[in-house]
Design a protein around this ligand. Structure first.
Ligand SMILES: [Zn+2]
Length: 101
């Protein structure tokens, strides 16, 4: 086990960022550009301008990311971003709960 410090985005986060480029949640072309830059070169390599764009368009989405309260484990980028609007549940678990009523 190496103890090399790596930015969080390198592992799980990176898959999420890749998902964000195609999920439609980010429409701003500059923001998509910064997103791809970070995926390729890491979050540390952002310029001041890129950090500004990131903070405007990407960070608010990252702040919303949640895992499903239903405990279903892995949920998609789309669901992770929509769960907060669904009371913390992904569409699948929400649907399941509706059926139980
Ligand atoms: Zn769920």
């Amino acid at each position: 086990m190496g103890l090399t410090k790596r930015p969080m985005e390198k592992d799980d986060g990176n898959a999420f960022l890749v998902g964000l480029t195609t999920s439609g949640h980010i429409e701003d072309r500059r923001a998509l550009g910064v997103l791809r830059h970070v995926i390729d070169r890491g979050i540390e390599s952002r310029s001041v301008k890129q950090i500004w764009v990131w903070n405007q368009f990407v960070q608010p989405l990252l702040n919303r990311v949640a895992t499903c309260e239903g405990g279903c484990g892995a949920i998609s980028v789309h669901e992770k971003l929509n769960a907060p609007d669904n009371g913390g549940f992904c569409a699948y678990c929400e649907h399941k709960m509706d059926k139980d009523d």
